[in-house]
Write a protein of this length. Sequence first.
Length: 237
Amino acid sequence: MIASALGVLLAGCGRSSPARGSAVPTTRAPSRVLLARVLEVTNHVGTFRFSEAIGYQTTDGGGGLSMDGSGVSDVAAHLTQMTLTGSANEAHLSPGGAPTFSTAPAAESFIFTSSRVYDRLVGPPPGAHDWCWKAPKETPGRGVSPTATIATLAKSGGTVSEVGTTVVRGVSTTHYVVTSEGRTSPVDIWVDTSDQLRRIHSTQTGPTYSQSETTDLFDFGARVTINIPVKAPPCNP
């Protein structure tokens, strides 16, 4: 089911490489300097919308999964809501831990708060369920906001390599590849002339799978509404 695959997709593990087609880096700067600035500017606007595209493929012939989604983030309130929809080809549980996929499409929604992650899955039984919640430590994933990865990279130090310029959703950006000490997964980021994060991309591989994930940020400062399902019960183990 998408629910079982999502934990692997959002948690991520293994090795990573820059986006396909990346040019040879041309300049370098300490990551903490640039990334701290990007984090500050992006979070300062308070709210934004984002889109998500995830691709997952087993390398043992088991199958694959693609998911697309959208969401909103209210940084000041520590709230993020997103919905992912996807479909999968048949796959089996491999020794490396690849998930079992459903062949039917499904949609899964999440609300991330500072203390809980709410989850709802709309799809065929038996996996479908209404809103329930888990404590963050029980739910590996993206954290409260798409900028959480930038915060982690800013703290870890390392190197930012400038690749070139790219237009993202009609906005001129500078493309960087970020590598940091203690992290084996380089991350591609696209930053506009105001130092706002516009896109973040990673490609990861494990013993039996490969994964790519791209998040676009836009509509900075938009009015967003996130309704927390306060009566939702705890999710089943």
